[in-house]
Ligand binder design. Sequence first.
Ligand SMILES: Nc1ncnc2c1ncn2[C@@H]1O[C@H](COP(=O)(O)OS(=O)(=O)O)[C@@H](OP(=O)(O)O)[C@H]1O
Ligand SMILES: [Mg+2]
Ligand SMILES: [Mg+2]
Ligand SMILES: [Mg+2]
Length: 396
Amino acid sequence: MVNENTAQEGALKFAVAPNSKMRSSGHEGVPSSASSYKDDLAVAIRAVNLASQLCQAVQRNLLSKETQSKADKSPVTVADYGSQALVSWVLQRESPVDRAAGSFSMVAEEDSEDLRTEDGLPMLERITQLVNETIAADGTFGPVTLSKDDVLTAIDGGSSPGGPEGRHWVLDPIDGTRGFVRGDQYAVALGLLENGEVVVGVLGCPNLPLASIGPNGPVSSDNSVGCLFAASKGAGTITHAMDGSRPAQRVFVSEVSDSKWAAFCESYEAAHSRQDLTANIARILGVSAPPIRIDSQCKYGAMARGDAVIYLRFPHAGYREKIWDHAAGSIVITEAGGEVFDAAGKPLDFSKGRFLDLEHGIIATNSHLKDAVLAAVQTAIKEQQNVTKGESSSHL
Ligand SMILES: Nc1ncnc2c1ncn2[C@@H]1O[C@H](COP(=O)(O)OS(=O)(=O)O)[C@@H](OP(=O)(O)O)[C@H]1O
Ligand SMILES: [Mg+2]
Ligand SMILES: [Mg+2]
Ligand SMILES: [Mg+2]
C-alpha cells in the first residue's frame, strides 16, 4: 500500500544525496519531517545506494571464480566484501554524528580474515578494483582511490560486538547470498541501533520489482526492478525506485484483517525455515494463497508495501539468528504500521550482541492479525511437539 504526500517524503527528500545517481525524484516543496535521525537516514541511504551499485555490477558479470567457500559453506562473493567495504567507508567518511563523536561502531557479517592470506590476495585485488570503479562511476565522492589496506580496514570496521549501549550500525552487505548467486533476489541491509533499539533501517533491493509481487496485487505491465526502502523511528517507511524513475512514496502494511485473504511470505531456501511448520500455520489460519518465496530481507520490504500480509520464519533446531538478518527489515515493517515478534509474542531484542535470542522463530504481520497469527503459531508448534513426542514414545 503506497501513499504519496506524507511527511516522510520530506525526510527522504532530505535524506537522498543531492546528486546521487540512484536518488529519488520529485517532492520539491514538501516540508522536511522532524525525524531526529534524518542525518543517519541520509548517510545510510547513500551507503546502501553505493553498495547496491557494486552488487549490481558484480551480479551482471558473475563468474564462478568469484565465489569461494567459507567455513559455513555458504557462497561468499567479492560482492559481499565489496559491499561491506563501501558501506563502512561511506559511513565512516560521511556520517556527521559518528564523525562528531569520534567513534564508529558497526556489527557486520563479513570479516577480512580470508582476504589477508596469500590465497586471498587475488580476490582482495579484485575487490579493491571493484570498490574503486564503483566510487568513480558514482561520481559524487570526488577523486579518491582506496588501497588494498584501506579496503581491509573498511571491511574490519564491521567487527563490533554491538550490545545494549550506544550507537551501532548493523550491516548485512548482501542478504540472500544464495539468491544473489542464483541471479535472484538479495538485499543490502543496513540498520542503526541506539541503546539496543533499531532506529534507522535501509534495504536496497536491486532486483525487487516495483510492481507488487503479491497474489492480490494489481496487475501491472511494469517490469522495472530495483526498490529502496528506508525507515526511521517515528517517521514512517518510504520506498523509491533505485534508478530515480519513480518518486518516493510512503508505504503501509496491508490492512487485511481476515486471515483467509492473508498471503504469507517465507524463505526461498527450505533449509532456512521449516516449511512444514509454516504450511501448518497457514492451514490453521485458513490461508489459501500459496506462499511467496523470495530470498533475503526483500521479504520485509515487500511486506511493508502490502504485497504479503504475514512473514513466517522458523529456522531448524540449533540455528541462531544474527541481528544483521533482521535489524533493517524489522524497522521497515514496524514503521509501515506492522509488528515483528517471536513465537512468544515478544518484540525482537537487538541489544544482546551479534545474535538474536528468540522463542522458536520470527513472525511479522499487521496489528489486526497479530493475535490470530500468534495463536496459530503456538497451536502449530504444540501439534508438532505432540507428534514428535508420539513418535519417540512409539519407538520405546
Ligand atoms: N540454516 C539456516 N537457517 C536459517 N537461516 C539461515 C540458515 N543458514 C543461513 N541463514 C541465514 O538466512 C539468510 C538468508 O535469508 P533468507 O532465509 O530470508 O533467504 S533465503 O530465501 O533462504 O535465500 C542468510 O543471510 P546471508 O548469509 O546474508 O545470505 C543467512 O544469514
Ligand atoms: Mg551469509
Ligand atoms: Mg543475511
Ligand atoms: Mg549476507
